[in-house]
Design a protein around this ligand. Sequence first.
Ligand code: DSN
Length: 423
Amino acid sequence: MNLPLSHPALSATDPELAALVGAEERLQADTLRLIPSENYVSQAVLEASGTVLQNKYSEGYAGRRYYEGQQNIDQVERLATARAKALFGVDHANVQPYSGSPANLAVYLAFAEPGDTVMGMALPMGGHLTHGWGVSATGKWFRGVQYGVRPDTGLIDFDEVRDLALKERPKLIFCGGTALPRTIDFAAFAEIARESGAVLVADVAHIAGLIAGGAHPSPVPHADVISTTTHKTLRGPRGAMLMSREEHAKAIDKAVFPGLQGGPHNQTTAAIAVALHEAAQPSFRDYAHAVVDNAKALAGALLARGFDLVSGGTDNHLILMDLTRKDVPGKVAAKALDRAGIVVNYNTVPYDPRKPFDPSGVRIGTPSLTSRGLATEHMPAVADWIDRGVTAARTGDEDALATIRAEVADLMAAFPAPGLSRD
Ligand code: DSN
């Protein structure tokens, strides 16, 4: 590996900032990145997102802009849109949302009025802030009612979801979230949405790449609207997309622009187009399946080491560990693992008796390590480092953390990261 990478203009103009970029490149190369919502984009995606498309204002949509000079930008956006439609098999795609939260807010604008009831999974159960949780604008401006998972299984109780939907008659029902280790049953949600007269929104931000690669069932044709970020398992730039049936296309487009946003970030649209092209290749199917295989192998290795996993394991890219029985708070463990070169995030677990800023759990996932080529045979070593790191967190053994950090860097050096290696 050839780090730091050369950024000649940046280094000449702003060496202070260039040094920070170089340090981040080194960090991403040397560490085992296990945050399930992160990944490594390809060099092609990186290049597309750093182009002169940055310089252009393009309010409106292809062929219907408020600024001239769109000869190329229109084609870029049409390409991204066509690729999204083909990859996910949808009638309509809007690639302009700046990220996941604005994308979801656009859905509210398209289908609900302030004060309307909306339903989603509670944040501490694995949902997302924008699914009507109280501290979010979506919970302040709308009346959020929330479902969870069963305490005994860690799984969604569809009888509870149905009862709540029929009682509350929400305008929108969100399925999906940020800490869900199990397959989402889109058909079951669709039936409940139909019975209760709600618009079903599948927020597949975490699993979009798995869906594209055939490693998770698709929300098509069950969901009315599909919302996703583009930078998680889909391995694109930081951005988002909204997809739907034709009947909702106008409402969604109007909500994104002019309802909520100004000019689209054209350099991001270009990079989304590249990522969608990459995700349509046969090798991406292999990637998506390898992400799940790795997560299952890692879950098995953690269970063998006495870790409690919410729902008892995983069907996807994500594992939620409850460290209560390990006698280490999630935050203490996450910070110790960070010192050991293993990057995770602390997370609430369902029915967590601790506070969100100091919860009982740690959330991990396999998208990034799989992008580097690690396979199931490496998962026992990863589980072993996590186990030793959590033990060292409990005992305050900084030497043990330093030893793990060196071992991690050693393995990572053998698996160059996309976007960070120049051969
Ligand atoms: N921040 C994202 C995640 O980590 O899952 C959700 O918005």
